[in-house]
Design a binder for this molecule. Structure first.
Ligand code: HT7
Ligand code: ZN
Length: 899
């Protein structure tokens, strides 16, 4: 298998100025007539006499129609004038003077066989495309790389009756009936040059919701969301989000939309969230369709985020695109960052930050610490589809956030303006991005910052303090350490911005005075060395530090000597930085859970012995949680988030070797203790919120916060094995007028109820049997039950008539839920969970390798597991790897895991 390396980049030999495509659409025999106006790249290579033009083409799915290949009208002969290999078409001896040539050919495809959902495929009998990253080569022969940018003109021809809607990028410039009256056609022109990964077409029976947006310069843009018949009312929320995003991008970045139409199309079969094809975004239907009965509050928030993300790509990704796929984070990290800020402005800034950080710490940190670690700008890959990772996306966004903090909001805006100005219409690199910011901010030296792009791994930051009472001076000693990774055995110290503050013993902020004449409530320390000391003056005795406020850098922070729990409960109650109040709660609970696990010999914890376990957090911990729960001055949503204990995957990062069962049981023990000790407070908050939420469902932020807090109270009460609470959950489940409450109760009942859980699951299925997106929730809830019996339930559900293994959403809900999000059920002592997942990976690999490879990442932490589990995983990985015909996707992941 060929490894691609960043340092091997060479500009394309031929450029394609214009692409004309004509699709004659048919489910099993689609014809694509391709005309390419090409020219030798004299800018990069000067003049030459003749050169070979290399086109990518996946010959497993596309076939060159015999006698169709011509250059400047001359029919070419195979062998003599062109060669075909498994993945290429090479047209020989094209003029190299830069004068240009017209290459024409026809290919045939069978979309009905395309289960990989890459290239042209069918979903519910409609045609869709997905070209990022390398799907265009499954549609026609083409130099399939992002630095070849062309003007596209696309003609679609299809049966009028079966495909009344015909869409492609840009504006429809012509349409009508064909000579055979059963067929019609539409011609689309996109005036912007674009790489082929942004090409899209859609054809089928769809209806649309229409609206308008007037841009800042007064241009009227037509907005359409296409869905299947019957789903129109579910598209209104996404439409509102789109308009919010368009306005926000104008206000925050001065970016205006550039075409007359913007279309979104929803599809049920899609490997990822959505795709930013120029003016024709294609979305996984779960990020478009919503109403309160079928979608939860979190679904609504996810829709808002994804609609905005794809829209923002119009500038960050489309207008300014990538030179090569190693630069993927240039568009993805930046666009995630833009979406995070948009969502923070639209919802609750602290809660959004907390949920983004939770995700980073639960999924990206383990990736960065294991065999799948890679830098934000990778150096090599085998299959680019494997690099749509939390590191590229979420860590990439953290890097942008640090950059903005480093140059300040105005400096950042100047840097962005320069970036868009300088590189509009070009295919560029992360270095170009940094160069724009450096040039816009000459007073800041960004050189040390560059390491964030090139070094993999999560820096560990260790702190200790020394207080000099005679001078009222506090010395903060910091040490950073970046563990070596396979590709980078020696790492350099990073530039780590640490936002911090000081609180006196009453919790009043102490002005941070580092002796530079400024005194501020919150200060950013820019740590550059591997060891560094910062001194603070005029610090009263008994003061405490609040470190890494707002999670100002993606690092693992720890004090050299554990903070006493009363320091943490003090911060929970008093920190001016709400994020750090939450983080203090995470630390206090994490420490307690780890304490139990470390003190108990392996295997001594079991579900029955937990009740008699004589360990308990100190009273001040319970009190701090009680105060938070009852504090009416805090937003409901924030209060509910404070009660989300650190996830099992996060806890595992602090334990070696990992004992998943013990982590689960210790966490459950803490949850039960909190539930029992705070029971009357949970009841009173719950009852009050029940009253307040009575009546019609409302989607506003305040009501969403109330529902979140109400449902977490109910969850704790059920966790304390209070039978009244379980009956109440069943009652709530039955009378719920919205999916948020119904699903929360279903979840609670399936975990803490007995027959109530089974009843609720059966009732839920009967009610939603015909709602595909709701059934996904039903599959996921069952996959997430933390029980040793979950495996057999998941196995049975695979055979369920509503489950379709070809549908990625179904797979992620059931198999992904089990393997990636339910450690207690997945890590079974006899290894049967691993065998099951490995079997599914083999099956999925034949259908959709990209999805199979994602499921395979469930083994990322296997080397850290306790020996028995480790040996079971190893056996499965070896078996998987020994198999012939694995896709590049799965073999790259499994190969890295066993390396
Ligand atoms: N840029 C999009 C990436 C994407 C994708 C990649 C591989 C295979 C299928 C895919 N669908 C979408 C998504 C985004 O970040 O906006
Ligand atoms: Zn994206």
């Amino acid at each position: 298998t060929r490894v691609k390396r960043r340092q091997d980049y060479k500009p394309p030999e031929f450029l394609v100025d214009q692409v004309k495509l004509k699709f004659i659409l048919d489910p099993s025999d689609t014809r694509v007539l391709t005309k390419l106006h090409i020219r030798f790249n004299t800018d990069a290579y000067g003049n030459c006499d003749r050169a070979h033009f290399h086109l990518d083409g996946d010959r497993e799915v596309i076939e060159l129609v015999p006698n169709s290949l011509k250059v400047d009208g001359r029919l070419l002969e195979e062998g003599e004038d062109y060669d075909l290999s498994k993945a290429h078409l090479i047209v020989k001896n094209i003029d190299g003077s830069g004068k240009g040539a017209l290459v024409e050919f026809q290919v045939s495809l069978n979309p009905s066989k395309n289960t990989a959902l890459m290239g042209l495929y069918l979903s519910k009998s409609n045609f869709f495309t997905q070209c990022e990253a390398e799907g265009f080569r499954r549609i026609t022969f083409f130099p399939d790389r992002p630095d070849v940018m062309s003007i596209f003109e696309v003609t679609l021809v299809a049966s009028k009756q079966d495909y009344p809607v015909l869409l492609s990028n840009g504006d429809c410039v012509e349409s009508g009936s064909c000579s055979d009256e059963n067929y019609h056609y539409a011609v689309y022109k996109d005036p912007f040059r674009k790489p082929c990964y942004l090409f899209a077409l859609v054809a089928g029976k769809l209806v649309y919701l229409e609206d308008w947006f007037v841009t800042m310069s007064g241009k009227r843009v037509k907005l359409c969301i296409y869905v299947q018949q019957g789903n129109l009312p579910k598209a209104t929320f996404a439409m509102d989000c789109l308009k919010q995003a368009m306005k926000w991008d104008e206000e925050q970045y001065g970016r205006e939309y550039d075409l007359n139409t913007f279309n979104i199309v929803a599809v049920d079969d899609f490997s990822m969230g959505a795709m930013e094809n120029k003016s024709l975004n294609i979305f996984n239907s779960k990020y478009v369709l919503a109403n309160p009965e079928t979608a939860t509050d979190s679904d609504f928030e996810a829709i808002q985020a994804v609609v905005a993300h794809e829209y923002f790509h119009n500038w960050t990704g489309n207008r300014v695109t990538l030179r090569d796929w190693f630069q993927l984070s240039l568009k993805e990290g930046l666009t995630v960052f833009r979406e995070q800020e948009f969502s923070a402005d639209m919802t609750n800034r602290t809660v959004k930050r907390i949920s983004d950080v939770m995700r980073l710490r639960t999924t990206q940190f383990p990736q960065d610490a294991g065999p799948m670690a890679h830098p934000v700008r990778p150096e090599s890959y085998i299959e680019i589809n494997n690099f749509y990772t939390v590191t590229i996306y979420e860590k990439g966004a953290e890097v942008i956030r640090m950059l903005r903090n480093l140059v300040g909001p105005e400096g950042f805006r100047k840097g962005c303006d320069l970036y868009f100005d300088r590189y509009d219409g070009m295919a560029v690199t992360c270095d170009d991005w940094l160069a724009a910011h450096q040039d816009a901010n000459p007073h800041v030296d960004l050189t040390p910052f560059r390491l964030w792009y090139s070094q993999a791994g999560t820096p560990q930051l260790c702190a200790s303090t020394e207080y000099d009472a005679s001078q009222s001076t506090l010395h903060l000693h910091l040490e950073q350490y970046l563990p070596p990774t396979e590709e980078q055995p020696v790492k350099e110290p990073m530039l780590i911005p640490i936002k911090m503050g000081i609180l006196d013993r009453d919790g009043i902020p102490v002005m941070v005075d580092v002796g530079d004449g400024s005194a501020v409530e919150s200060k950013v320390l820019n740590m550059k060395e591997s060891k560094q000391t910062f001194s603070f003056y005029h610090v009263p005795p008994g003061s405490r530090l609040s470190m890494l406020r707002g999670f100002s850098a993606p690092v693992r922070f720890a004090w050299k000597h554990d903070q006493p729990s009363d320091d943490l409960t003090f911060l929970m109650a008093k920190d001016k930085d709400e994020f750090n109040r939450w983080d203090a709660a995470q630390t206090v609970t994490l420490r307690y859970i780890l304490d139990i696990v470390r003190r108990m010999p392996q295997g001594s914890l079991n579900p029955d012995s937990m009740a008699s376990l004589e360990m308990s957090p100190s009273d001040d911990v319970f009190e701090a949680f009680r105060m938070t729960l009852l504090d009416e001055g805090l937003e409901h949503r924030f209060r509910s988030t404070m009660f989300v204990l650190p996830s099992e995957l996060f806890i595992a990062q602090w334990m070696k070797p990992i004992r998943p069962d013990d982590i689960h049981l210790a966490r459950l023990h803490l949850k039960r203790q909190l539930a029992t000790r705070l029971s009357s407070s949970f009841w009173s908050v719950l009852q009050r919120l029940e009253r307040e939420l009575e009546g019609e469902y409302r989607l506003d932020a305040e009501s969403r916060g109330k529902r979140a807090l109400k449902n977490i109270c109910l969850e704790y009460l059920c966790c304390s094995q209070d039978p009244t609470a379980v009956s109440l959950a069943l009652k709530h489940f039955r009378k719920a007028n919205n999916m948020t409450d119904a699903l929360a109760c279903l979840n609670i009942l399936s975990i803490y109820g007995k027959e109530e859980g089974e009843m609720a699951l059966a009732e839920f299925y009967r009610k939603w049997e015909h709602e595909y997106l709701v059934l996904d929730k039903w599959f996921r809830v069952q996959a997430l039950v933390p029980s040793k019996d979950t495996l057999s339930r998941v196995q049975n559900l695979l055979e369920h008539k509503s489950f379709d293994i070809k549908n990625p959403n179904n797979v992620y809900a059931l198999i992904g839920g089990y393997a990636l999000q339910n450690p207690y059920a997945f890590h079974l002592a006899d290894g049967s969970g691993y065998k099951f997942v490995a079997d599914q990976i083999r099956k999925l690999d034949k259908i959709n390798p990209q999805v199979a490879a994602r499921i395979a990442t469930s083994f990322t932490i296997w080397r850290e597991l306790e020996p028995n589990l480790r040996s079971h995983v190893k056996e499965q990985l070896n078996l998987l790897f020994s198999r012939n015909n694995l896709s590049r996707d799965v073999s790259e992941v499994v190969g890295k895991l066993i390396e």
